[in-house]
Ligand binder design. Structure first.
Ligand code: NAP
Length: 300
């Protein structure tokens, strides 16, 4: 393998150490303790494990932290009222509703009910708009994690050709918005390809990329001969492609054909262990930012 592995778990651990120190400082100098509530509706095993991991990390970092589990039949009105209660709680700076919510609840209504200054997932339209304007406090966690990995492993993407495969609201679109910012860690020339891009054109664009970020949800889609020699490849995809007979655990594959692409790239994220570990860490970073915003230590 020619490419260097970008180990998300190691970068995430490094950022958590930085955050831990910042939390200690905020306590000591400003008597400020970042507060996070995670709201879980129902008992979907995947969602339970996500909120458990978020709670564990927030405790490790010294946050004030609440896990609020609600039954699957909670009404939409009751959930909105609960969010409003947390909007009004000055000890809580971040509110996260674990998605998906049950079908009888409108997930957009839920996300839009969160005070934008406590919206640590950065899904509220006000925060989406703030990002487009370039005056924001939070970035959505997964693309923000990709940006950190690129900056810390590959270097400043300023002036580089970045190609993003996929345009979802949670990964592809915000990834584009992040990489075009006139700031350190961004300032790149960005192209986004998707199912509207003819395949031959898409391959052409991928071949030009100094940095290729893939969030298509198609296992092993990107092939080695679609990648420029020396490119930095960030594989966001997490696809279950089978079950291990030995352990019974899901076998995961990214959106990139790791075997062939790792022969061409200079840096590549593995799946699992690349982008995944960064997502929760960026949520913690956003919560610290939300606390500083509430305390007037940073201004928009
Ligand atoms: P999504 O909502 O399904 O969006 C996929 C995007 O890729 C869409 O914009 C789609 O285009 C585009 N696309 C699909 N097939 C394509 C193809 N053959 N060629 C070009 N573009 C194609 O998925 P998502 O939520 O963005 O997630 C993408 C992947 O990342 C999934 O595997 C997901 O599990 C993973 N993920 C990982 C993390 C993490 O923390 N590691 C977080 C979030 C997501 P259209 O818009 O035209 O349909």
């Amino acid at each position: 393998m020619a490419a260097k592995l970008i180990k998300g778990a190691e970068v995430a651990a490094q950022i958590r150490e930085e955050l831990k120190k910042e939390v200690e400082d905020l306590k000591a100098k400003h008597n400020l303790i970042p507060g996070l509530v995670t709201i879980l509706v129902g008992e979907d095993p995947g969602s339970v494990s996500y909120v458990t991991a978020k709670q564990k990390t927030s405790h490790e970092l010294g946050f004030y932290s609440i896990q609020d589990s609600q039954p699957p039949d909670i009404t939409e009105a009751a959930l909105l009222a609960l969010i409003e209660k947390y909007n009004q709680d000055p000890k809580l700076h971040g509110i996260l509703v674990q998605l998906p919510v049950p079908k009888h609840i409108d997930s957009n209504k839920v996300l839009y009910a969160i005070d934008p200054n406590k919206d640590v997932d950065a899904f509220h339209p006000v925060n989406v708009g703030r990002i487009l304007i370039g005056n924001y406090a939070f970035l959505p966690c997964t693309p923000a994690g990709c940006q950190e990995l690129i900056y810390r492993a590959y270097g400043d993407p300023k002036g580089k050709e970045v190609v993003v495969v996929g345009r979802s609201n949670i990964v592809g679109k915000p990834m584009v918005a992040i990489m075009i910012q006139k700031r350190a860690g961004a300032n790149a020339t960005v192209t986004c390809v998707h199912t509207g891009t003819p395949k031959d054109k898409m391959i052409e664009h991928c071949r030009r990329a100094d940095i290729l970020i893939v969030a298509a949800g198609v296992p092993k889609y990107i092939q080695g001969d679609w990648v420029k020699e020396g490119a930095c490849v960030i594989d966001v995809g997490v696809n279950r492609i089978g079950k291990s007979e030995k352990t019974g655990k899901a076998i995961l594959a990214g959106d990139v054909d790791f075997e062939s692409v790792s022969q061409k790239a200079s840096f590549i994220t593995p799946v699992p262990g690349g982008v995944g570990p960064m997502t929760i860490t960026m949520l913690m970073k956003n919560t610290v930012m939300a606390a500083k915003l509430a305390a007037g230590l940073v201004k928009l």
